[in-house]
Design a protein around this ligand. Structure first.
Ligand code: FAD
Length: 421
């Protein structure tokens, strides 16, 4: 699509990842004819982040996976300013300032600045062999370290920590995962699913130590050689990866004096911040999503894409709310964990009987409907469950736990009943 820019109309998007790129494409898709500029401090053509902890580390894929081929930015007349950081926003002049000194005018500004990996403050945490994994440069560093072998200590049994454990085990590396909580992923999926994940990783030879923290990095300034745990144990390490969560990148937002909270940049249902001309989208946005009990971040690739698309459409004049159930996936060993919706503690939990560690379905029910679900090695069933959630279909919890129940049949019956009404 070629556009002739409307003089005086322009939108700057800070952050060219899932949310920022989708916002730019949606702007054009909905007929926005002003100048569109995508700025990112990362010098690479915008790339997909999920493969960084999977195929790329595994050596399965040779390079970064582009979010869009270069021709798309050209065809849609989206200017890319890569390797440049936006360092300030002037709300009176409606401009942003780049690290190189350029000033860009923007009638609309989108902050898609994402999140940064949280770091440990324990002495020694800044050694060269203590890494985190957030961007391409981190992945390249980690890939090089894994090529030297183990032992690898991963601090934090979240999605990235567990994916990394799986990749390292496949390469025959000795892996210890240290988790402060009693279970991996417990705050997301609860103890029953966490138990299945624990078995999966232990069966693959991961040493998973829960309920302990790292109190000390042992070694020389040249590098950590072991970590000391809160129970006194010493665990040898050639490489340490810290995967203890993230913090929202709100530094830039503060320069515009817009509201910022602990979760990120609070936005309304259309992605608008406390200044109407500035929007925030993706991981950095603290959003009022119907699947969250309170305003918060979603932190998933598809959610960031959908939110970015909604914000781009809204700015172009076609307001869209992002309300679909959040979806996330995580590849571990030869299987994939998929999660739809957000489980709540008060939900009724149903685990499909006969579950084995690398194949299960779990449901969280609210008012007799499936509100959230997680499946491992169950892609077809998860596809059906997505439709049961979207259709708000009443289900019988006793039947759900029966592996003999045909979920497709349930959905079909519901659709037939609906069409007969
Ligand atoms: C290793 C890894 C694996 C993942 N795997 C999965 C997965 O399997 N499934 C899943 O659902 N989710 C996964 N995620 C999460 C998913 O990638 C994120 O939810 C998604 O990337 C969020 O997109 P975003 O556009 O909001 O922000 P981000 O992807 O964080 O991008 C923000 C961008 O803003 C740029 N930026 C920040 N400040 C400035 C500034 N001042 N000036 C210029 N540029 C700036 C940064 O350089 C960055 O490129 C993974 C994340 C990581 C790190």
């Amino acid at each position: 699509m070629s556009t002739s820019a409307v003089p005086g109309q322009s939108c700057v998007i800070v952050g060219a990842s899932a949310a920022g790129v989708c916002a730019a494409v949606a702007l054009r898709g909905h007929g926005y004819r002003g100048r569109v500029t995508l700025v990112d401090a990362d010098p690479n053509l915008p790339y997909e982040r999920p493969p960084l902890s999977k195929g790329l580390l595994d050596g399965e894929s040779a390079g970064l996976v582009p979010i869009q081929p270069p021709s798309v930015y050209q065809d849609l007349d989206i200017a890319l300013r890569l390797g440049e950081r936006v360092v300030g926003i002037d709300p009176a002049a409606l401009t942003v300032r780049l690290s190189g000194g350029d000033v860009l005018g923007c009638g609309r500004l989108v902050l898609a600045t994402g999140v940064a990996a949280r770091r440990l403050t324990t002495p020694g945490a800044d050694a060269d062999n203590v890494l985190s994994l957030r961007d391409a440069a981190d992945a390249v560093r980690l890939h090089a370290r894994l090529a030297r072998g183990g032992p690898l200590v991963i601090i934090g049994a979240g999605f990235i920590g567990l994916e990394l454990a799986a990749v390292a085990r496949r390469r025959g590396i000795e892996v210890t995962v240290v988790e402060a909580q009693p279970y991996p992923l417990a705050s997301v999926l609860g103890p029953a699913v966490a138990d299945l994940m624990t078995r999966l990783h232990r069966d693959h030879g991961v040493r998973l130590l829960t309920g302990v923290t790292v109190t000390e990095f042992l070694g020389s300034p040249a590098g950590v050689e072991a970590v000391r745990l809160s129970d006194g144990r010493r665990v040898p390490a050639a490489t340490v990866v810290v995967g203890i969560g993230v913090r929202p990148r709100t530094e830039l937002a503060r320069t515009a004096r817009i509201d910022v909270d602990d979760w990120g940049i609070p936005v309304n249902e259309f992605g608008q911040t406390s200044r109407a001309w500035i929007y925030a989208t993706g991981d950095v946005a603290s959003q009022p999503h119907p699947h969250l009990t309170a305003r918060g971040r979603l932190e998933h690739w598809e959610a960031a894409q959908r939110h970015g698309t909604a914000v781009g459409s809204t700015i172009a004049g076609s307001p869209v709310r992002y309300t679909a159930p959040p979806y996330a996936w995580s590849d571990q060993y030869d299987t994939t964990l998929q999660i739809i919706g957000r489980p709540r503690r008060s939900d009724d939990f149903v685990l499909r009987e006969g579950a084995v560690p690398d194949r299960f379905l779990a449901f969280w029910l609210r008012h007799g409907r499936i509100a959230a679900a997680a499946g491992m090695g169950a892609a077809r069933e998860v596809g059906v469950v997505k439709r049961l959630i979207a259709g708000n279909v009443p289900v019988d919890s006793r039947l759900l736990s029966d592996p003999g129940l045909d979920l497709r049949g349930t959905l079909k019956q519901h659709l037939v009943r609906k069409s007969a009404q």
